[in-house]
Design a protein around this ligand. Structure first.
Ligand code: LIP
Length: 257
C-alpha cells in the first residue's frame, strides 16, 4: 500500500506536542533520575512515560508498522528492517532535561527501506519545531510563528575551511577506553591552533542532544556536527531534516542490532 508521508508527518507533530506538554509538566531531578550503562547515562520516568504514549498512539494509527524506541530497545533483538519503521527518542538530551538546561527535545523519525523519510524534532522549552519530509524540504517553526524553510541562511557559505566553522560535538556518556580516547582527540584536533596540528575551528558547542545538533546544522546555526556512538533514535529524524536542508550525513555504520 502507498505510504502517506504527509499524514505520518502530521501525526508525528501532534504526538511531539503532546510529549512536549509531558516534559514541561514534569519536575525531573538528577536525584530521582535512574541510570543506564553508567552514572552519566540518565533516564527518567518521563522518558519512559513519553515512549509509552508515543508507541500507543502510533500503534493505534499504524498497527502494522514497526517501532523502535530508546527505552524499549533490546540489544540483539530489536533490529531495523526495510519495513516502515517509527524510530523514537522520547527525550533526547535527558541530561539537559534533568538539569533544566533548555536544550532537550523529542525526536521522531520514520524510515522506509531504512531510509529516513520523515523527521520531527520538538524542543518544548523553546517551542521550536523542526520537521522534514523526504523530497519535500525541511522547516522550522519557532514560538508558533511562521514556518520557515531550512536552511535559514540566505546564502549558505560553502564549508571550505573548518577554521571558519562553529562545530557541534558531544562527549557522549561512554567515557572509557578507545571511545573516550577518540572523542578526546577529536576535540583537541578541532580546537588546537594550526601550528599545534589543529583545525582551530571558531568554537565547539556541546548542546547535549544529537537530534538538536543535526537540526542546528540543518538550520545553519552550526556548520558541522560530530559524534561517535550515536544510535538510530538519536539521528533518524535529524538525518531526514538535515538532508532535506541540503546537508550531508556521513556515517561509519548504521545498525541497531
Ligand atoms: C544523548 C544524545 C547526546 C549524546 C549522548 C546521548 P539521550 O541522548 O543525544 O547528544 O551525546 O550520548 O545519546 O540519552 O539524552 O536520549
Amino acid at each position: 500500500a502507498d505510504i502517506n508521508l504527509q499524514e505520518i508527518h502530521d501525526l508525528l507533530i501532534s504526538i511531539a506536542h503532546e510529549a512536549g506538554k509531558m516534559m514541561l509538566t514534569a519536575t525531573p531531578s538528577y536525584l530521582d533520575s535512574g541510570t543506564k550503562k553508567n552514572s552519566a547515562d540518565l533516564v527518567t520516568e518521563t522518558d519512559k512515560a513519553i515512549e509509552t504514549m508515543v508507541s500507543t498512539r502510533l500503534q493505534s494509527s499504524y498497527p502494522t508498522y514497526s517501532f523502535i524506541g530508546e527505552e524499549t530497545f533490546i540489544s540483539g533483538e530489536t533490529v531495523l528492517t526495510d519495513a516502515p519503521t517509527f524510530i523514537c527518542d522520547p527525550v533526547d538530551g535527558t541530561t539537559n532535561f534533568v538539569h533544566a538546561f533548555p536544550a532537550f527535545c523529542i525526536s521522531l523519525g520514520f524510515t522506509v527501506n531504512k531510509i529516513p523519510s520523515v523527521g520531527v524534532i520538538y524542543n518544548p522549552f523553546l517551542d521550536e519545531l523542526y520537521t522534514g519530509i523526504k523530497g519535500h524540504g525541511s522547516f522550522v517553526t519557532r514560538h508558533g510563528g511562521e514556518k520557515l524553510r531550512l536552511p535559514l541562511k540566505k546564502e549558505p557559505e560553502p564549508l571550505g575551511e573548518l577554521s571558519t566553522c562553529l562545530v557541534g560535538a558531544e562527549w557522549g556518556s561512554d567515557r572509557t577506553g578507545n571511545n573516550f580516547d577518540v572523542r578526546h582527540q577529536v576535540f583537541v584536533k578541532l580546537c588546537a591552533a594550526k601550528e599545534n596540528g589543529g583545525a582551530m575551528v571558531h568554537s565547539i558547542r556541546c548542546v547535549g542532544s544529537a537530534a538538536l545538533n543535526l537540526a542546528y546544522v540543518a538550520a545553519g546555526q552550526q556548520d558541522v556536527f560530530w559524534e561517535g556512538g550515536c544510535w538510530a533514535w538519536d539521528v533518524a529524524a535529524g538525518w531526514c531534516i538535515l538532508v532535506e536542508a541540503g546537508g550531508i550525513m556521513i556515517i561509519d555504520f548504521f545498525s541497531v542490532t
